[in-house]
Write a protein that binds this ligand. Structure first.
Ligand code: SF4
Length: 824
C-alpha cells in the first residue's frame, strides 16, 4: 500500500477507512479505453452494503476494455477539507477526479440522497446542469428505483437507466468505446445511448416517448458479483449477500419494489450453493444474507438453508433472512437459523388490523403474527422488531388502536422473554403502485398520530421508534415530484443541505426556506391525484399496466384481496410475455439431499496455539484496531487453517492481540495468538496463503507454535521501540534545540503534561515510561523506547508535542513507526 497525495487529509477524517479504496478484491485496472465511475450518493458503509453496486463493479471490470472504480458521498468533515484545500472529489481506487472519467453513474436508491448527487458533481468539477456540460465532460447517468420517476433530476442527469443494470451497462460502455474512438460529439453520443432499450435521455426523448424498463429474464445466467470487494471498515450489512430471487408478486398495494421489479425470478439452489461457497472463500465473511423482496417465499428455502448450514457450520457461518413475511417463517426455518448466531429478527405486519391488511393486500392476520412471535421467543431470541405504517389510505382511528392492541398481544406472546420494538413510519405513496394517486398525510397529521402512540404505548418492554416525519415529507414530495423540484433541490443544496436521510444532518429549515423562496407548497405534492391527471412518470413503463393499478386501487377501496400469481392464476398485471419474461422458480430436482462437508472435529487434544508476527505499513496505518483485526480474521477464515471458536450463541474465533496500535501509526512488529486445530503442513505455506488474502499494507512475517501454557501476550508485554524522522527542512539550530530538550527530559525525574481527554483536562506523568530517547542528527531520526504497563504508557504523539516542542498540527504530519515490541 503506497502513500498518496490525499493521505494528508486522512488523519483529520472521522473514519479514514471510508476513503482508502485498497480493500481485498478491489480492482486496480489501468485500461484507458472506457472508465466508469460507480458513484453512490451516501456514505461508504451504506454504499458498500448495496448489492447492485457490487454487481455492476464486477460486471464492468470483467469487460477487458472497461474499468470501473467507486466513489461515495464524502461525509461533511471530508467535504470541508476538500473545499478548504480546493481538492477535487476522486475515485477510491486510483484517486482520479470525477471529471476525468468517461461515465459517472449514480445509484439512486433513495430520494433523500439527491442533494449528495449534486454535491458529488460539484466537488468532482462537473457542471450540475446537463445543458451546461461540454464534450469533454463525463456522461452522467443514473440507475436504481428512483429512476422510475426521473422528473426531479431530469435537469441534472444525461441518461437514466430504467430497470435492471447487468446487461445494459455493457451496452452503454460499448457505445462509449466506439464514440470515443470516432470522437463523436456529446449530443450524438446521447442520441446513440437513447437507442438502447431501457434508457431515457431527457435531451433526446422529451416527455412523450414511452421508455420500457429492462429486465434480466433469467437470474441463473448471472452469478455476479464474483469477487466482491471486502470492506475494511464495518459496513451496514457486513456480510455476503446471496440474491436468491428478484421481484415479488404478493401485490402489496403500497410497495413500489413489488411492482417495478416484477416478474418473480428465483435462482436455482445449486447455483446459490456454488455462489455461497465461492463468495465465502474469496471474502472470509462469516454471515450470509439470503436476499430477495420476501425471502420466505423462495420455493426451496428449507432445503437451501439446511444445506448451507450443513456445509458451512464448521466455519460458524450465520444466516440472515432480512425480509421475511410473517406467515412464511416456519419452525424449521427458526431452528436452522438459530444454530449459529441469532441474527436480528424483523417482521413487517405494516398495519394493525386484519381489515387494513386486506386494504393494502398484505394478506396475513394477527393470528399469524402472534404464533410467529411465540416461536421466535421460544427459540431464545431476545428482541423482535415490527414495522408499521401510519397514514395508509382509508385508515381510521380503529386501525391505530389496532396497532396498539396487536402489540399488546405480541407482548403477551413474548411473556417478558424479550424486548419488542415497534417502528412507525409515514406512508409515502410511490409511483407505479396502486396507491400512486393517494394522499400523503401532512406533517401535522403525522405528529398527531405519533402523539397518540406516545400516550398509549407505555409498556416498558415495548420500545417505540419513529421515522422522521420531515424526512417522509421530503421523500413524498420527491417520489411523486415533477421537474420543478429540480430547482428546489439545487436551491436546498446551495444553502447547505446534504445527507438529508441522516437525522443528525437533515436541515429541514433550509428546505423550508428554499420552498418559501420558490413559492413551492409541499401540500401540492402530497395531495391526492385525479386518475385522469398527467403524472410526471407517465413516460416510464415499468411493465405493470395502468389498468391493473386502477383495478387494484378499486379493490383496496372494496377491501378485496388479490391473489399472488405464483400460487394462483395470472392477475394480468401486464409484465410477463410468458415466453422469456415470466415467473421463474428454482428447479425442483435441485432439492436432493446433499452430503455435509466433512466435520472439522473441535477436539481440544488437537488444538494448538500459534503466534503470528505481522506488520501494518503504508496506508494500512489508517485502519483502526477493530478494522485490522477483522481483516486478519477474514484472511484466516479464507485460509486452510481450522480456527477454534468460542461456545455459545455468538461464536468467535479464539484470537488475542498484544495491544491496539493507534490509527495513523505504522508498525513493523505486531503480535497475535490464535487457537486452531493442529496445522498439518508447513507453516510457511500457511503464511503465504494468509498474506495473499490480506489487504495491502498488512503482512504476516512469521507463524510459530507456542506451548499451551504460555502467558497471554498482554501479560508479557514490556515496551515498544518507536522511530520517527524529523521534517527534512529542519535546520541545525532547530536540531540543537531538540537535542537540548531531549537531554533535559532525560535528566528530569518527572515530566507532567496536560491534555484533553473526553472533554476534560487531565494531567499525565510520562517520564517514568520513556526509557530511552535518542537523536541521530545526521539522519534526523529519533528513537524512543517506551514502557507499556497496566498503569499506562506514553504516547509518541505526546513526546513529539511536549518533549520535542512541535505544534499539534506539525506533529500530525510527522510519521512515526513502531519498529519493535519487547516482551519480558
Ligand atoms: S403478468 Fe400475470 S403472471 Fe406475470 S407477474 Fe403479472 S400477474 Fe403475475
Amino acid at each position: 500500500m503506497t502513500d498518496h497525495k490525499f493521505d494528508g487529509l486522512l488523519l483529520n477524517a472521522e473514519k479514514p477507512s471510508r476513503y482508502l479504496g485498497s480493500e481485498v478484491n478491489a480492482f486496480h485496472k489501468d485500461t484507458r479505453e472506457v472508465s466508469f465511475l460507480l458513484a453512490f450518493p451516501d456514505t461508504y458503509e451504506v454504499g458498500m452494503s448495496h448489492l447492485g453496486l457490487q454487481i455492476l463493479y464486477s460486471v464492468l471490470n470483467e469487460i477487458p476494455y472497461a474499468k470501473a472504480e467507486r466513489c461515495f458521498a464524502p461525509w461533511p468533515d471530508r467535504e470541508s477539507q476538500l473545499r478548504l484545500r480546493k481538492l477535487p472529489l476522486t475515485s477510491l481506487e486510483s484517486q482520479t477526479p470525477l471529471i476525468n472519467f468517461d461515465i459517472v453513474g449514480f445509484s439512486l436508491q433513495y430520494e433523500l440522497s439527491y442533494t449528495n448527487v449534486l454535491n458529488m458533481l460539484e466537488l468532482g468539477g462537473i457542471p450540475l446542469a446537463r445543458a451546461e456540460r461540454k464534450d469533454n465532460h463525463p456522461l452522467i447517468i443514473a440507475g436504481g428505483p428512483c429512476c422510475f420517476n426521473p422528473a426531479p433530476l431530469a435537469g441534472f442527469i444525461d441518461a437514466f437507466v430504467i430497470g435492471e443494470g447487468e446487461e445494459i451497462v455493457s451496452e452503454i460502455v460499448a457505445v462509449l468505446r466506439t464514440g470515443k474512438k470516432k470522437k463523436i460529439p456529446r449530443h450524438d453520443l446521447l442520441e446513440q445511448l437513447a437507442q438502447i432499450s431501457g434508457i431515457y435521455v431527457p435531451a433526446v426523448h422529451g416527455k412523450n416517448q414511452l421508455i420500457k424498463k429492462r429486465i434480466v429474464a433469467d437470474l441463473n445466467l448471472w452469478s455476479h458479483p464474483i469477487n466482491p470487494v471486502v470492506p475494511l471498515m464495518q459496513t451496514v450489512h457486513d456480510r455476503i449477500i446471496l440474491e436468491i430471487a428478484r421481484g415479488c408478486t404478493r401485490g402489496c398495494r403500497f410497495c413500489q419494489a413489488g411492482m417495478i421489479w416484477r416478474p418473480y425470478r428465483e435462482r436455482n439452489a445449486s447455483l446459490l450453493m456454488q455462489m455461497a461457497e465461492k463468495l465465502l472463500s474469496v471474502t472470509g465473511h462469516d454471515e450470509i444474507s439470503l436476499l430477495s423482496l420476501s425471502s420466505g417465499d423462495y420455493s426451496c428455502l428449507e432445503f437451501l438453508i439446511k444445506t448451507l448450514m450443513k456445509q458451512h457450520y464448521s466455519k460458524r457461518v450465520a444466516l440472515a433472512l432480512p425480509s421475511l413475511r410473517v406467515e412464511s417463517l416456519t419452525g424449521i426455518l427458526i431452528e436452522e437459523i438459530k444454530k449459529t448466531r441469532k441474527t436480528s429478527f424483523t417482521l413487517a405486519p405494516e398495519a394493525g388490523t386484519d381489515k387494513m391488511r386486506r386494504i393494502i393486500n398484505k394478506g396475513n392476520t394477527a393470528e399469524d403474527l402472534i404464533s410467529i412471535v411465540d416461536k421466535v421467543f421460544a427459540a431464545a431470541w431476545k428482541s423482535i422488531k415490527l414495522y408499521f405504517m401510519l397514514g395508509l389510505p382509508y385508515e381510521t382511528q380503529e386501525d391505530l388502536e389496532g396497532i396498539i392492541e396487536l402489540n399488546h398481544q405480541v407482548l403477551k406472546a413474548a411473556r417478558k422473554r424479550g424486548q419488542v420494538t415497534i417502528s412507525l413510519s409515514t406512508f409515502v405513496p410511490k409511483p407505479h403502485t396502486p396507491f400512486q394517486w393517494e394522499k400523503q398525510i401532512s406533517l401535522e397529521e403525522t405528529y398527531i398520530k405519533q402523539d397518540f402512540f406516545r400516550r398509549r404505548a407505555k409498556d416498558r418492554n415495548l420500545k417505540l421508534k419513529w421515522h422522521d416525519a420531515k424526512m417522509s415529507l421530503l421523500e413524498g414530495m420527491f417520489s411523486r415530484g415533477d421537474e420543478r423540484l429540480g430547482e428546489l433541490l439545487e436551491k436546498a443544496f446551495r444553502k447547505g443541505c446534504r445527507f438529508d436521510g441522516w437525522t443528525e444532518l437533515l436541515r429541514f429549515e433550509l428546505w423550508q426556506e428554499a420552498m418559501d423562496e420558490l413559492g413551492i407548497n409541499p401540500e401540492e405534492y402530497l395531495r391526492e391525484r385525479e386518475t385522469n391527471e398527467n403524472l410526471p412518470w407517465d413516460n416510464i413503463d415499468c411493465g405493470v399496466s395502468r389498468q391493473f393499478l386502477l383495478q387494484e386501487r378499486k379493490k383496496s377501496a372494496e377491501t378485496t384481496a388479490t391473489e399472488d400469481c405464483r400460487f394462483a392464476n395470472c392477475q394480468n398485471c401486464g409484465v410477463c410475455d410468458f415466453s422469456t419474461i415470466k415467473n421463474i422458480f428454482a428447479k425442483a430436482e435441485e432439492t436432493q439431499e446433499i452430503a455435509p462437508s466433512p466435520p472439522t472435529a473441535d477436539f481440544a487434544a488437537h488444538e494448538k496455539v500459534y503466534r503470528f508476527t505481522f506488520n501494518k505499513l503504508g496506508r494500512a496505518r489508517f485502519l483502526s484496531h477493530l478494522e485490522l483485526s477483522t481483516a486478519l480474521i477474514r484472511a484466516l477464515r479464507r485460509s486452510s487453517i481450522s480456527l477454534v471458536y468460542s461456545i455459545g450463541f455468538h461464536p468467535h474465533p479464539k484470537i488475542s492481540f498484544a495491544t491496539a496500535t493507534p490509527v495513523g501509526m505504522e508498525s513493523r512488529e505486531e503480535y497475535m495468538d490464535i487457537t486452531a486445530l493442529e496445522y498439518p503442513a508447513d507453516l510457511n505455506l500457511l503464511k503465504s496463503e494468509i498474506n495473499s488474502a490480506l489487504p495491502q499494507g498488512i503482512e504476516v512475517i512469521e507463524i510459530k507454535t507456542i506451548p499451551p501454557d504460555t502467558k497471554p501476550l498482554s501479560q508479557t508485554l514490556y515496551a515498544f521501540i518507536y522511530e520517527l524522522y524529523l521534517p527534512a527542512n529542519i535546520d541545525e539550530n532547530q536540531l540543537n534545540i531538540i537535542k537540548e530538550s531531549i537531554e533535559k527530559f532525560l535528566a528530569s525525574a518527572s515530566f507532567k503534561i496536560q491534555r484533553i481527554s473526553k472533554g476534560k483536562t487531565v494531567i499525565k506523568e510520562i517520564r517514568p515510561f520513556v526509557q530511552g530517547l535518542t537523536l541521530d542528527a545526521n539522519k534526523k531520526r529519533i528513537e524512543a523506547t517506551v514502557r507499556h504497563t497496566q498503569e499506562g504508557s506514553a504516547r509518541p504523539f505526546d513526546i513529539i508535542v511536549h518533549v520535542l516542542g512541535f505544534s499539534k498540527e506539525e506533529a500530525k504530519q510527522i510519521h512515526f513507526t513502531k519498529i519493535k515490541t519487547l516482551f519480558f
